[in-house]
Write a protein that binds this ligand. Structure first.
Ligand code: ADP
Ligand code: MG
Length: 420
């Protein structure tokens, strides 16, 4: 997997630094405005293929507020779209051929030749989408395209650059061929993107990332119910309460953890089987005593308590008690760290430092073993908390993290410019 970063990073201004952090600056990964992203994608398109695309489409990356490692247990998650998005400039062709260009390279080939593991690497996420949309009848067998990519979503940071890429192309193809893009249409597109990622890119993904990329609404989180596949917007306006979410991309070195995901999933499925329920969504805390093996019990306890935590956060959001969400985020982190054991020193450092600096709550977000953490902070404290997280990482001998600010929800995938 290619984890090279092609994100635009602004170095500075220098945020407040902790003692001993001389020379280390806080790096803010800024969201690129759609118009600039569209211009970059169009420029890449002209450079790669000549001429103009039919249009440019975008889809957002995401962070998950709460509801981690519960999708394969039929659970609930509450992701939020980033204003960091990926754009694809696309021109349709009718010969079933694809020509692709991204910051990671160029690829071309026939949709007919796409299959599990072919192509491999980044082109799989794009070719896989056309392959899956064709299989489900969302586009014709002759659909082909020139595609150029520009992105402001950090790659491999647990912020779902893969789904942003897939979903930008899926909505583009749907628009070009006239497939429905209403809620039901978007759900079908999300399923095609999941198929692309699972079956062609051969990466496990539960569907939350695609659901938020396609169903995001500004000023809202999205409640994703992996039990019945439904999604529902949930008003989420931190700014009104003087709060912000600070995203900390730990930039932890990639670890060999592939087997770990499969193991966690197996434990969760074993626990459900032992309890005689279809998924742990149907289990309660008291059921956990019936699990014989302490390790399985801890894994299951994370899932069951995490689903409860999502419900708790929903209640706080509906009663307007946003600050109270913080403590629930911190409990989620402790559960992921101690019961599910998917944290790592970089994530723990980010969470510890954010809490010590006065965050209302903080947790790792995403699959774990690296990636990103989030902290709920007062708007006025964002820079200070980021500075403390940075200097703590330095003190602990860890790589310097990068930071993103969330201004609640970006828009869902949509066409940004009719290019003329
Ligand atoms: P995440 O989705 O958390 O960023 P993944 O490992 O799921 O991490 O997906 C990252 C992969 O998606 C990259 O290695 C690359 O293959 C592909 N990808 C994502 N964004 C882009 C992009 N802008 N250009 C090319 N490939 C991309
Ligand atoms: Mg991904």
């Amino acid at each position: 997997m290619d984890l090279r970063r092609r994100t635009r990073v602004d170095r500075g201004p220098v945020a407040r630094r902790g003692a001993g952090a001389v020379g280390v600056v806080t790096e803010w990964v800024r969201a690129t405005p759609d118009a600039d992203l569209a211009a970059s994608a169009t420029a890449a398109f002209r450079d790669a293929f000549g001429g103009l695309p039919d249009g440019v489409w975008v889809a957002p990356g995401r962070v998950n507020l709460i509801g981690e490692h519960v999708d394969y247990a039929g659970g609930l998650s509450l992701p939020i779209a980033l204003s960091h998005r990926t754009a694809v400039a696309v021109r349709e062709r009718r010969d079933g051929h694809l020509r692709l260009r991204s910051g990671l390279g160029s690829w071309e080939g026939a949709v007919d030749a796409v299959g599990p593991g072919a192509p491999s690497g980044w082109p799989a996420y794009l070719a896989g989408v056309v392959w899956a949309m064709r299989r489900s009848g969302l586009c014709g067998t002759d659909f082909g395209a020139h595609v150029a990519v520009a992105s402001a979503v950090p790659i491999g940071a647990g912020l779902s650059s893969s789904a942003a890429l897939e979903c930008a192309l899926a909505i583009a193809v749907a628009d070009l061929v006239g497939a429905p893009t209403d809620d039901a249409g978007r759900t079908a597109l999300a399923a095609a993107c999941v198929a692309a990622e699972n079956e062609i890119a051969l990466a496990p993904t539960g569907g939350m990332d695609q659901a938020i990329a396609l169903h995001a609404r500004a000023g809202h989180a999205v409640l994703v119910d992996s039990g019945d596949g439904t999604v529902a917007p949930v008003p989420f306006d931190l700014g009104a309460d003087g709060l912000a979410l600070l995203v900390i991309d730990t930039r932890a070195p990639h670890r060999l953890v592939d087997g770990q995901y499969a193991q966690r999933r197996r434990s969760v499925e074993d626990a459900a089987a032992q309890l005689g329920v279809p998924t742990l969504r149907h289990a309660t805390r008291t059921d956990l005593d019936r699990l014989g093996d302490p390790l399985t019990e801890r894994r299951a306890r994370h899932v069951v308590t995490e689903i409860d935590r999502v419900r708790e956060v929903l209640q706080f959001l509906s009663s307007g008690s946003l600050r109270e969400v913080g403590a629930v985020l911190t409990s989620s982190h402790i559960s992921l760290r101690d019961d599910f054991e998917v944290s790592c020193p970089e994530l723990d450092s980010a969470v510890d430092a954010a809490l010590a600096a006065g965050a209302h709550g903080a947790r790792m977000t995403g699959g774990g073993f690296g990636g990103s953490a989030i902290a709920l902070v007062d708007v006025a404290d964002v820079d200070r908390v980021a500075g403390e997280v940075l200097s703590t990482a330095e003190t602990r001998g860890l790589v310097a993290p990068a930071f993103l600010r969330i201004d609640t929800g970006g828009a869902a995938a949509r066409r940004v410019t009719p290019v003329s």
